[in-house]
Design a protein around this ligand. Structure first.
Ligand code: F3S
Length: 402
């Protein structure tokens, strides 16, 4: 792998031991993956923020880096933390966990990294341009950035993304290269499958990810999506498969291959039945569901607005909890627009900076979760041992409100 003089000097330790270690990490990954050189990036999104996931070893690793005074050289955002950083009580999370989580976030701030704590950086100010090379870590954000925006990133691990933030570079391989961005499989959506709600797009993504596990799907849908639908399909695809890029016919910027090329790809039709089957896989029938959570990936302001309209003159039935997870930035918009207050009066809480999957919810009294996200339903039983049901927001409001 070719390295410039400057890159070599970092690798030789001339700019300190920490940068040497981090450069070594990025170069080693690049060499294993067949990269020819390093490339400059315009932004970074780092995952592995929750104290639940990284614990004391992760916190010490971050402290070790921050103590050397190295700082991010490109705009860098971070993924959701393990709790709401301003109101951890609403989650029934211990004060001890909260303090540890604040310490983790503080280390990032010391490195000049912006404590956004969100998996939707593209909704809150970190929006790359088409063709930009970036180094993002959260899988749904990666799929959205590659597919919807046309930026270029691999699914980075947390430490590799952090290294890229401090170096301003990543290795040139995988989805940074033209040849790896071409479609490998064709999916056609059957006429009878109505892609009406976010949950339908989420389950569609999950179904395709399950089907191929890896590759670049080219999808011909029968409906034009909203932005929130694209957010949902990105998360679904990335949860069930190792997929970082999809093309949606007539919608996404790189869905411009010739018909002849597409006709040579293996074709799968996604039907109403296949989506129903996926929904059943993610649904636990016996457990009592006492917790409703939407906002995986983090809700946009229009989703909050939509739920507010949908629940007008209604109230959550007693005995249930309902959270909408979002970024602090979006919650502030909702606070200022009066949406938070209205939702609160109906029993819905807006929880910022975190998400159900990375929060230590197994330590709470929650028994089962209903969500409109295939990704949350996929991970919740694994990370928190909490069973799930998948439903549309519309069905949730019909069932759990009076
Ligand atoms: Fe985001 Fe958590 Fe879902 S990080 S994509 S809300 S699992």
């Amino acid at each position: 792998m070719y390295l410039s003089k400057d890159e070599e000097s970092i690798l030789n330790g001339e700019k300190g031991e920490i940068l040497k270690k981090l450069m070594n990490l990025v170069v080693s990954v690049g060499e294993v993956m067949g990269a020819d050189r390093m490339i400059e990036i315009t932004s970074v999104q780092v995952s592995g923020i929750s104290y639940k996931n990284i614990g004391e070893p992760g916190l010490n690793f971050l402290k070790e880096i921050a103590n050397t005074n190295v700082q991010a050289v490109v705009p860098t955002f971070i993924n959701p933390a393990g709790c709401d950083l301003q109101n951890y009580n609403i989650q029934q999370i211990s004060e001890e966990f909260f303090k540890k989580q604040l310490e983790v976030v503080h280390q990032f701030k010391r490195m000049d990294i912006i404590p956004t704590c969100s998996c939707t950086p593209y909704l809150i100010g970190l929006k790359p341009l088409f063709g930009d090379h970036i180094s993002w870590a959260e899988s749904s954000a990666v799929a959205f950035a590659n597919s919807v925006i046309g930026a270029r990133t691999n699914r980075e691990g947390g430490p590799a993304a952090l290294a890229s933030a401090l170096l301003g570079k990543t290795a040139n391989y995988g989805l940074h290269l033209d040849e790896n961005r071409k479609p490998t499989h064709l999916f056609v959506i059957d006429e009878k499958l109505k892609l009406q709600f976010d949950v339908d797009w989420s389950l569609l993504g999950y179904s395709i990810g399950r089907e191929i596990n890896e590759g670049v799907p080219y999808i011909i849908a029968n409906k034009r999506p909203h932005m929130t639908n694209l957010k949902a399909i990105s998360a679904g695809l990335a949860a069930s498969g190792a997929i970082g890029l999809f093309h949606l016919d007539k919608i996404t910027p790189e869905a411009n291959v010739e018909k002849n090329y597409l006709s040579k790809l293996e074709k799968t039709t996604i039907t109403k039945e296949s989506i129903k089957q996926t929904q059943e896989i993610l649904t636990f029938k016996r457990e009592r569901m006492d917790f409703i959570c939407i906002g995986c990936p983090h809700s946009s302001i229009d989703e909050l607005y939509y739920v507010e309209k949908l629940t007008k003159s209604k109230k959550l039935i007693e005995g249930y909890r309902f959270w909408i997870c979002t970024s602090r930035y979006t919650k502030t918009q909702a606070d200022e627009g009066g949406i938070t207050e209205k939702l609160n009066s109906r029993g819905i809480l807006i929880v910022a900076d975190t998400c159900p999957v990375v929060a230590p919810l197994s330590e709470t009294s929650i028994k089962g979760m209903v969500t409109n996200s295939s990704k949350a339903a996929h991970y919740m039983p694994k990370t928190n041992n909490i069973p799930t049901n998948v439903k549309s927001i519309e069905d949730i409001v019909n069932e759990f409100f009076e």
